[in-house]
Design a protein around this ligand. Sequence first.
Ligand SMILES: C[S@@+](CC[C@H](N)C(=O)[O-])C[C@H]1O[C@@H](n2cnc3c(N)ncnc32)[C@H](O)[C@@H]1O
Length: 236
Amino acid sequence: MHCNAPFADSNTQTTQPDTAMTAATTAKSFCAAPLLERDYWNQRYQTKAFIWTQTANQFLMAEAASLTPGRALDLAAGEGRNAVWLAEQGWSVDAIDFSDVAIDKGRQLADARQVSGQVRFEVADLRTHTPEEQAYALVVVMYLQLPLAELAPILARAVRAVAPGGTFLLVGHDSENLARGVGGPRHPDMLYTAAQVTALIGDALDIRQACQVERLVRSDDGDKVALDCLVRGQRV
Ligand SMILES: C[S@@+](CC[C@H](N)C(=O)[O-])C[C@H]1O[C@@H](n2cnc3c(N)ncnc32)[C@H](O)[C@@H]1O
């Protein structure tokens, strides 16, 4: 079967959305399967340049601003932009991703930003990785796009890692982004909504926010909007 690229780059404000993959594009011709594979991600990250921006996600920055730094866990950390930013804010961060290429780039970013002592990078597959329970004041999951059946056990473990009083923050590409937004996976199975994530988490946390949020994406042919879902919860 012929597969087109499963992911259009725009979960950041600096990468270019692939306009050929926006609203008018049907999802039918896109394969979701590669997104589940470490090799696919390693290949994508095998560029000198960072494939995402080095700037932390805007929703993370806004949410973390009111928190007291402690231990943080960044699941699917990619090239480390969010982990490094958290470290700069005083957090002690464990950053996990199954792409060793991305993790190497994360280490370089932490070095360059002089916070390598505050970020522990680890190569691990979240489908089998179990983080320490109730250990983290902040657990973040940013743009981990997996089918719900695969996401569910990962989120269950992520939620268990939140310490009493701690915060869980998930931001992902929203299901509606396929029709009305730019970037992100071009396959409905890899997208989800805040309501679906909240249902997966169940009663484990007190959900403080669960909604769709708009993210501005700058590109050469003008500003565009990406639709993300955001879920923020707290262990009371
Ligand atoms: C769209 S990137 C997001 C990276 C980062 N969170 C950010 O916002 O810049 C998705 C990341 O999920 C990682 N990933 C996908 N499936 C994974 C798995 N099963 N275990 C660990 N990491 C995974 C990929 O390697 C990739 O770095």
